[in-house]
Ligand binder design. Sequence first.
Ligand SMILES: *Cc1c(COP(=O)(O)O)cnc(C)c1O
Length: 386
Amino acid sequence: MDVSFILNELGEDREQYFNAVAPPIVQSSNFAFNKVSEMRELMLDEYKGFLYSRGNNPTLSILQQKLAALDGAEAALVFGSGAAAIFASVLSQVKQGDHIVSVRDPYSWAGRMFDVILPRFGVTTTYVDGTRTENFETALQSNTRLIYLESPNSFTYELQDISAVVKLAKSRNIVTIIDNSYCSPIYQQPIKMGVDLCLQSATKYIGGHSDVVAGVLTGSTEMISKIFASEYMNVGSGVSPFAAWLLLRGLRTLPIRLQRISESTLKIVDWLKKHPAIERVIFPMDPDFPQYELAKKQMQDAGGLLTIQLKAEKIEQVERFCDSLQHFLMAVSWGGHESLAFPACASMNVADFKAEEPRHRMVRLYIGLEEPGYLIKDLEQALATL
Ligand SMILES: *Cc1c(COP(=O)(O)O)cnc(C)c1O
């Protein structure tokens, strides 16, 4: 399906709402019926239509159709956060006594779920270095039900060979879930590579304006309708009609924002690589990236996240660089209009800083929609303080 059709037309039926160009925010908790038979139909299968807005809602439905189509999936659910999409999708696939193989260092709240919450229910997780597919195979047990992927991750960008892991999982009847937040569906479509469930934080590129927190989960109608009827409705973590509307608004400009971000990021990566105060630039679409060939094979492009490793002996130098930035905001998250800096040393105690640990000297940058020259000038003056 054409991306332009998906973003501009799919799911929209303007005659239903006064030919308004922008779909309405249907701010209603419940929906009325004329006949008991009509009500019964939805009471027995709420997935089919509009009964109550914890489940389906017309504004949300337009958004879900577009998000499913962007992923090349049959169906989508939108959650109140990416973390909720992670939790509901994993919970839906495991039961007591099951085992999960996860790529190591997944998104922090996915890790927290694997390490703290799931063990309380007898579900265990083995982490593997996902850069080698054999590591997944070695970690499999007779009770492994799920392989959890995140490719690339959002700090050092290691990839997994998605097609190879899917082939392994299918041969053993194991479900695969991937966190696709880094690429968004514009740059990577894991469902088309055979992954069962694909999730992303819509807070990042889909929303795109740093004003809404949400998550997306896509997959087959069979899997998604089951998750809807159980984890989604039970946890009650869907988005409000207004948040759905903000996400629809974000979607209209998704490809053009990403195109601009990717162009600027390449320019800035080139500039950073030549700077004497920088030891290493980590970016999946850089030819020096260790998995560059795999990145080119399974991703159409990369977005605006990259990481620099500063030449520094002291934490004060890393801090001085970040504190000196004038236009990059120091903040978590990414995917909005504004460029960001996130130093790894902000997540640790000062006393634990070790200059010999490359990770401690890493600063993740997100390149937003500003002019690249404007951002380079900012980086230049901040690097000069080193
Ligand atoms: C932000 C993020 C999440 C969580 O999404 P929220 O919308 O913040 O809950 C999950 N995975 C990755 C890779 C992320 O960057």
